[in-house]
Design a binder for this molecule. Structure first.
Ligand code: ADP
Length: 448
C-alpha cells in the first residue's frame, strides 16, 4: 500500500482493468473451447451414424424386392433380429452379445423402416416413444415423449436394381451420453473460471503494484525535490528579509551601514540566482531542450585551462593541484566544450572544498580502448560507500551541515551527471572516508 491515496486508487483501478480484461479474454477462450469441443464431438457422432447408415443401405437394398415390403428371411441375413410391425419381438438375452445387435442395444441406437407414406414396417433396437416422422429431412435432432434427445439420419431405400423407391430407413442414436459429457465440460469450465478469476485478481493487484512502483518513486522524487528546492530558496530569502527589516528599523542609516547591508543582500541574491540557474540547467537537460554543441573538443587543452583557472584557488586553500597527462597525442571528444569545462570545474571545486589543507589534487587524462578518461583525484575527506550512490541526486549532501557550510546547495554533482549523460559519458566514483576520492569521467573518443 502507498502513502498517497491517489496511488492506491490508481493501483486499484489498474488491477480492476487488468482483471476485467483478463476475465473477458478467459471467458471468450472458455466459450470458444466449449464450442470447439461440441462441434468436434457432434461431427464424430454424425460421421459414425452416417457410416453405419451407409453400410446398412448398401447391404439391405439388394434384398428389398417390393416397395414397402420386406422378406423376413433375406433381411435377417443382413440385419438379424429385425422386428416387424405388429409382431412381439422380445430379444433373447444371449443375443445382445452379438456384435451387430449390441450396437443398437448398448449405445441407444435404433433403426426404423417406413414405407413412403410413413407407415412403420420394421424396427431394430430400443425404440424411442413418440418420435415425430419427418420423411424429407436428411438428418435431424428429435425429442421423444420423455424429452430424451436423439440424432437421426433418414435415407431413401430403393428396391434391388434401383427399379423403385422402397421406402425410408431411419437410423438414430440417443444423445444422452453426448449431452452428459458436454454438461460435465461446461461445469468444469464454469468452475475453473471463478478460480482462475481469483488467481488473476491476486496477480493483477501484484502486477499493478509493480507497474506503479517506478511512477510512485519518481512522484516521491518530485515531492522531495520540491521540498528541497523550497528549503534552499527559503534560506537566502529569509536572511535577506531579516536584513531588510532590521535596516528599516534603524532611525538613521549611515552610508557605511547601508553599503554593508546592500553587499550582503547582493551576495544572497547571487546565491539565489546561482541556485535558480542550476535548477534551470538541470531541468532543461532533463527535458533535452538544452542545445548542446557537438564539436570536437581537445581534452588536453581543457585540462590545461582548468589548471590555469584553479591553481590559484587551490594554493589559496593550502592545496597542490597537479596535472597528470598520460597521453602522447591530443585526445579529442565530441561535445560541448563549455559544458565539459563546467563538469570538470564542479569536480575540481568539490575536491578543493572537501580536501583539508596540505592535501593534493590530481587532474588526470588517460586514453584507453577508444575512451578518454578524465579523473579528479583528491586526498580529501572521502565519501562513505553507503552514500556514494546518492551523491549524484539533486540536493543531496553527505554531511548536511558541514557540506552546507563548505559547499553549495547539493546540485553540483547532479549537474555533473546530467552533462556526462548528455555526452554519452559515464561517471564513476571511488572513495574511502579519510583516504580521498577519485571521480572518473569516461567519454567516447573521437578518432581523428
Ligand atoms: P555541494 O554543492 O554540496 O558540493 P555536490 O552535488 O557537488 O553538492 O556534492 C554532493 C555531496 O557529495 C557533497 O555535499 C559532499 O558531501 C559530497 N562530495 C562531493 N565531492 C566530494 C569530494 N571530492 N570529496 C568528498 N565529498 C564529496
Amino acid at each position: 500500500m502507498y502513502k498517497s491515496k491517489l496511488f492506491n486508487l490508481s493501483r486499484r483501478r489498474l488491477a480492476l482493468w487488468y482483471a476485467g480484461v483478463m476475465g473477458v479474454i478467459l471467458s471468450l477462450g472458455g466459450l470458444t473451447f466449449y464450442h470447439m469441443i461440441t462441434q468436434a464431438r457432434w461431427y464424430a457422432l454424425h460421421r459414425e451414424l452416417e457410416s453405419v447408415a451407409g453400410t446398412l443401405h448398401d447391404g439391405l437394398e439388394p434384398v428389398l424386392k417390393q416397395p414397402g415390403r420386406m422378406d423376413e428371411q433375406a433381411v435377417n441375413q443382413v440385419l438379424p433380429y429385425v422386428c416387424f410391425a405388429s409382431t412381439n419381438c422380445s430379444l433373447p438375452p444371449e443375443m445382445t452379445q452379438r456384435h451387430s445387435l449390441s450396437l443398437f442395444q448398448q449405445k441407444g441406437y435404433y433403426i426404423r423402416f417406413l414405407d413412403l407414406s410413413g407407415r412403420l414396417i420394421a424396427t431394430v433396437g430400443q425404440q424411442p416413444e413418440g418420435l415425430p416422422f419427418r420423411g424429407n429431412a436428411l438428418c435431424q435432432t428429435l425429442e421423444d415423449r420423455k424429452g430424451n434427445r436423439f440424432h437421426q439420419i433418414s435415407m431413401l431405400l430403393d428396391t434391388a436394381g434401383h427399379q423403385q423407391t422402397w421406402g425410408y430407413m431411419q437410423l438414430g442414436r440417443s444423445l444422452k451420453d453426448f449431452d452428459e459429457d458436454l454438461t460435465t465440460i461446461a461445469w468444469l469450465i464454469g468452475l475453473s473460471l471463478p478460480i482462475s478469476m481469483l488467481l488473476i485478481s491476486g496477480a493483477s493487484w501484484w502486477l499493478a503494484g509493480l507497474a506503479m512502483r517506478p511512477v510512485y518513486q519518481s512522484y516521491q522524487r518530485i515531492q522531495q525535490f520540491t521540498a528541497d528546492a523550497a528549503h534552499e530558496l527559503r534560506t537566502p530569502l529569509a536572511t535577506s528579509k531579516a536584513m531588510i527589516e532590521s535596516t528599516l528599523e534603524m532611525d538613521k542609516l549611515p552610508e557605511v551601514e547601508a553599503r554593508d547591508t546592500l553587499n550582503k543582500l547582493n551576495r544572497q541574491t547571487d546565491r539565489l540566482i546561482q541556485l535558480v540557474q542550476d535548477l534551470l540547467l538541470l531541468s532543461r537537460m532533463n527535458l533535452k531542450v538544452l542545445n548542446l554543441k557537438r564539436q570536437p573538443c581537445c581534452l588536453n587543452d581543457l585540462v590545461m585551462d582548468l589548471l590555469d583557472e584553479f591553481e590559484a584557488l587551490a594554493i589559496a586553500a593550502g592545496l597542490r593541484l597537479k596535472l597528470d597527462i598520460q597521453v602522447e597525442q591530443p585526445v579529442y571528444v565530441l561535445g560541448d566544450e563549455e559544458q565539459l569545462y563546467r563538469l570538470m570545474a564542479n569536480l575540481i571545486t568539490n575536491a578543493i572544498q572537501y580536501t583539508p589543507k596540505a592535501g593534493c589534487i590530481i587532474l588526470r587524462l588517460i586514453a584507453e580502448e577508444g575512451y578518454a578518461l578524465l579523473q579528479v583525484e583528491d586526498t580529501g575527506i572521502g565519501i562513505p560507500e553507503s552514500e556514494q550512490g546518492q551523491i549524484f541526486d539533486r540536493f543531496y549532501r553527505v554531511n548536511r551541515d558541514r557540506s552546507r557550510h563548505t559547499g553549495g546547495a547539493g546540485l553540483g554533482l547532479a549537474i555533473v551527471q546530467a552533462i556526462a549523460q548528455a555526452h554519452q559519458g559515464r561517471l564513476a566514483v571511488q572513495s574511502q572516508p579519510g583516504n580521498g576520492s577519485i571521480f572518473t569521467l569516461l567519454l567516447p573518443m573521437r578518432m581523428r
